[in-house]
Design a protein around this ligand. Structure first.
Ligand code: TXA
Ligand code: MG
Length: 308
């Protein structure tokens, strides 16, 4: 499955300060050498991303993560042992070797050991930590296939590694363990999973006030949205042409999209479904209200943002 020739090329591009799009189990990332400020600068340019958004740094071991942290609290160790490699980002106090541009000037850094074999092989081959935000232009929907990356960023990235469709399909859970435990962005590792392992509760980061500095810029409202208007619909659908994503009850008056009743399966195909519907030029995409339980929290979060 891994093309070693391509992998060596990708690693060489990264070491030379270039950009490579890489598959992870959550979404595709736009990667650069995390220790090279000029390379990271290129990520911001390619995405059209504001400089106050910090970027997650990807590693291939707990040891490598600890080398980028100034402090590594017990709770970080517990969470890393339980959930890495996997869709969890740990925000910890940063080691000064991490350039300020990566962390948007924050004294903390977000670290993640991804589960995708191609991401792991690339970090190991390059021998450097890889800074990578989702490989989409700013405010667009995250890519869950190599084709999505090509459509959004095709001309501004030297190489796109194709690792197939992403299995998780939503961005990682982001938690801060630099102080009191904080859930910065819900993900498919649920609050319940985190609390069970850490033995502490995680408070939620409230959405930032417009114009104020972002504690976690992933919490921008109007992130994670398709171009088509998204609405949450209980009993009736809007006028015009649209699609209705449902799991329990179909409604007349729309293109019917039956979604999986299992949250992991739902998450896996959600962005792909949005990407596919977005090209149809519909007036709206409506989504059935989702269950209130913990394992749906990340999906509810992304749909709420998309519908904002
Ligand atoms: O699943 C993922 O996390 C994907 C793949 C590529 O790993 N990456 C991703 O990156 O979603 P991005 O840049 O689209 O979102 C990263 C989010 C930021 O928006 C911010 O909320 C949070 O991670 N973050 C990163 N570093 C942080 C820090 N030092 N303090 C607070 N939040 C941070
Ligand atoms: Mg993103």
């Amino acid at each position: 499955m891994i093309d070693h020739e391509q992998l060596r090329r990708a690693a060489a591009i990264l070491r030379a300060g270039g950009l490579v799009a890489l598959p992870t189990e959550t979404v595709y990332g736009l990667g650069a050498n995390a220790l090279d400020p000029a390379a990271v600068e290129r990520i911001f340019a390619a995405k059209g991303r504001p400089k106050q958004s910090p970027i997650i740094v990807h590693v291939v071991s707990i040891e490598m993560a600890r080398g980028l942290a100034k402090e590594w609290p017990d709770v970080a160790q517990k969470l890393a042992e339980a959930f890495w490699p996997g869709p969890l980002t740990l925000v910890v106090a940063k080691n000064p070797i991490v350039p300020d541009i990566v962390t948007a000037g924050l004294p903390t850094v977000g670290l993640r050991w991804p589960a995708h074999p191609v991401a792991q092989a690339l970090i190991a081959e390059a021998g450097i930590p890889i800074a990578a935000p989702s490989a989409n232009r700013f405010t667009e929907l995250s890519p869950t296939s190599a084709g999505h990356v090509r459509t959004s960023l095709g001309s501004s990235v030297e190489l796109i590694l194709d690792g197939g469709p992403c299995e998780v399909g939503l961005e990682s859970t982001v938690v801060s363990v630099a102080g009191a435990p904080l859930l910065l962005r819900p993900g498919m590792i649920s609050r319940r999973d985190l609390e069970r392992v850490a033995g502490v509760s995680f408070s939620s980061a409230e959405s930032p006030v417009e114009g104020a500095p972002h504690r976690s810029p992933g919490l921008h409202l109007r992130h994670y949205s398709p171009r088509t208007r998204v609405v949450i619909a209980g009993n009736t659908l809007p006028d015009g042409r649209g699609a209705y994503l449902w799991t329990r009850r179909e409604l007349p008056g729309a293109r019917s999209v039956r979604m999986p009743a299992d949250p992991s399966e739902f998450a896996r195909i959600l962005y792909e479904t949005f990407h596919d519907l977005d090209v149809l030029g519909l007036d709206w995409i409506a989504v059935e209200p989702l269950p209130e339980s913990s394992e749906w929290e990340a999906i509810r979060d992304r749909i709420a943002r998309a519908s904002h």
